[in-house]
Design a protein around this ligand. Structure first.
Ligand code: GDP
Length: 199
């Protein structure tokens, strides 16, 4: 599937611009700079498919990618969150957009929440996990940039994140450790994506 056709479909700055809910969807969420674009590019094997969240104009939009032709499923790249400098208005707009998307999207099968291996779960991540719990959207935590930390530190962060995930009803009890740089955990992530859309 990942070696077949994959393309950028559209950006949706508001819910009225969402694509027709005709196929299953999975979503990727994470703090700005967590490595979300890099991971989507590694997952799909296409460099430059997902552009970094620093790209002007794309920061507050849901970006959709079509997998397969004929279409099999879609990936939704959610806008990054946790920008230190984001004005409150921007944060509020983000919350409304994400909440409405999560609550109303029947075709959304699972969200992958990306957590930086160096930082673990931050307060803004915690907010998102709670939004997902409330919307009853199942999610799975994916650790990114694993190559940036030593094994012992990674194990400690993993244990903390796992313990935290257990407190959240909609969280998958296990996590996936990845490095886009070293192509670590990418096959496991692919399996988890296909499992989520039941292919
Ligand atoms: P986004 O803002 O979440 O989309 O993050 P990006 O994918 O743009 O990545 C942010 C920065 O982290 C970039 O400089 C990437 O090169 C770097 N990065 C992303 N993934 C990895 C990784 O697995 N390992 C390392 N060492 N750096 C990474």
């Amino acid at each position: 599937i990942f070696s077949g056709p994959i393309s950028f479909l559209k950006s949706a700055p508001q819910l009225q611009f969402l694509p027709e809910p005709t196929v299953p969807e999975i979503a990727f969420a994470g703090r700005s700079n967590v490595g979300k674009s890099s991971l989507i590019n590694a997952l799909t094997g296409r460099n430059g498919l997902a552009r970094t969240s620093n790209t002007p104009g794309r920061t507050q939009e849901l970006n959709f990618f079509d997998i397969g032709d004929p279409l099999i499923f879609r990936i939704c790249d959610m806008p990054g969150y946790g920008f230190a400098k984001a004005p409150p208005k921007v944060v509020q707009k983000w919350r409304y957009l994400i909440n409405d998307y999560l609550r109303g999207r029947q075709v959304l099968k699972r969200t992958f929440v990306l957590i930086d291996s160096r930082h673990g779960i931050k307060n803004t991540d915690e907010d998102v996990l709670e939004m997902l719990d409330k919307a009853a959207v199942s999610y799975r935590i994916v650790m990114t940039k694993a190559d940036k930390v030593k094994t012992a530190a990674l194990e400690a962060t993993k244990a903390k994140v796992l313990a935290e995930a257990k407190k959240h009803p909609a969280a998958h009890p296990d996590l996936i450790v990845t490095s886009s740089e070293k192509k670590q955990g990418i096959d496991e992530l692919r399996m988890a994506v296909l499992d989520a859309v039941q292919i």
